[in-house]
Design a protein around this ligand. Structure first.
Ligand code: NIG
Ligand code: FE
Length: 399
């Protein structure tokens, strides 16, 4: 006879500090955004969290894992990356570190390399970066197209992305490719017409790089509204290199997220504060382009929801490390360690409009990171140290 129920339950016990991001997760949770539980335990059943609470109250289970008095957090939710690319830009980085400024023009170098890359290489490169992120505790990844910039190259990037990551974004409007240099509006017609029609089936999101040197406010609006008409939800690259119309456009169109937000006017901050659009900050980008950091404190004090993400890409931010971003956000952007850890987990989930991830609470996906540290604060306190000791993704121990 076959057993009726093959779902096994596992108790993770002796967790010194458990970040739940949900103060309703248990009676034992602190009444703060992190919903911290000290001396905690978690029950995993199948791919879900079945129970969390004080270790002394833990129910009986089939098996047991000893966390050894260490801290546990939800898996990181990296809500912004560009991982469909060929080649890299080592030389450009070297030149920048000798004083050359970053410009959006470098994107075209990667477009050229990506077009020459086979499907197999593109998929292998993506899989390698997904694995690299997982080793650093990232259990959910968003990734974008944007280095193909032809209908075929964008569609194949998104098809490959769909096989490897949870969240897929159409970024045909990354820059105007060289073959449209004299006709940028012609390129917008392509992005909002045939390219969108070929890409929409693989993506949940539509994005645009709204910046001087990329797409202006009118072009960005055309791209996003066309995406919305095809059932995609907008997110916007805004305020990376200078202030512009991107943030207010994002709010106006109820975008899930405005990303970068390095250069903001007071009106931008007010608009974000009165909206449900998340501000996604990308400290790896300022680090790697040697630029001034966004002011997370200003946004948080205004009541804006802030997410932290890597922006992993070969040009402006070639890091897949969420712990690195947490450490930089705390040191350079005015965030407390609690705020940064929340923004890298629950904040990323909010930027992706997801409630099943980014929290350790009954019913949530069992995506868990055990740290080689007694507290989540060590992620900022011990920068550069590999603190990820174990990772569960959808209830399965993957590291
Ligand atoms: O988010 N800002 C636009 N896109 C990327 C940079 C891409 C590149 O330089 O290749 C970003 O920083
Ligand atoms: Fe980006």
């Amino acid at each position: 006879t076959t057993p009726l129920d093959t779902t096994t339950s596992t108790l993770v016990t002796r967790i010194a500090a458990l970040v739940t991001n949900d103060h309703h997760s248990s009676e034992a949770a602190e009444d703060t955004p992190l919903g911290l539980i000290r001396d905690a335990a978690v029950v995993i059943e199948g791919d879900r969290i079945a129970w969390v609470g004080a270790e002394s109250e833990a129910p009986a289970t089939d098996s047991r894992v000893d966390a050894g008095g260490r801290a546990m957090i939800p898996g990181f939710v990296d809500s912004h990356s560009h991982l469909l690319f060929g080649g890299d830009r080592t030389e450009e980085f070297g030149a920048r570190m000798s004083g050359r400024p970053y410009s959006a023009g470098g994107i075209r170098t990667t477009v050229e390399a990506t077009r020459r890359t086979t499907d197999e290489q593109l998929a292998a490169n993506l899989a390698r970066h997904v694995r690299e992120a997982l080793r650093q505790g990232t259990t959910t990844l968003e990734t974008k197209s944007g280095y193909g910039l032809t209908t075929e190259d964008e569609a194949r990037a998104l098809r490959i992305a769909d096989d490897h990551v949870d969240e897929v974004t159409y970024l045909g409007a990354h820059v105007v490719p060289p073959e449209y240099a004299g006709d940028p509006d012609g390129y917008v017609d392509l992005v909002t017409g045939p390219m969108l029609a070929a890409c929409a089936r693989y993506a949940r999101w539509v994005d645009v790089f709204c910046e001087r040197g990329a797409f202006d406010g009118d072009q960005a609006r055309a791209v996003l509204t066309a995406g919305i008409a095809h059932g995609l939800v907008p997110r916007v690259h805004a305020g990376q290199l200078g202030p512009g119309p991107g943030v207010r456009l994002a709010v106006e169109l109820d975008a899930a997220s405005a990303d970068h937000c390095t250069h903001l006017t007071d009106a931008d901050v007010d608009a974000l504060a009165g909206s449900r659009t998340v501000a996604t900050l990308l400290p790896g980008c300022e680090f790697s382009t040697r630029s001034p950091y966004p002011d997370a404190r200003r946004l948080l004090d205004a009541g804006v929801t802030v997410a932290l993400s890597t922006d992993c890409n070969p040009g402006s931010s070639y890091t897949s490390s969420m712990p690195f971003c947490v450490a930089v956000a705390v040191r350079e952007m005015g965030m407390t360690p609690d705020e940064a850890v929340w923004s890298a987990t629950a904040g990323g989930a909010a930027a992706l409009r997801r409630i099943d991830i980014g929290r350790i609470t009954p019913g949530a996906r069992a995506d868990l990171v055990l740290l080689d540290a007694p507290s989540h604060v060590h992620l900022a306190y011990r920068p550069g140290v590999p603190l990820v000791a174990a990772v569960w993704q959808r209830g399965t121990r993957v590291l």
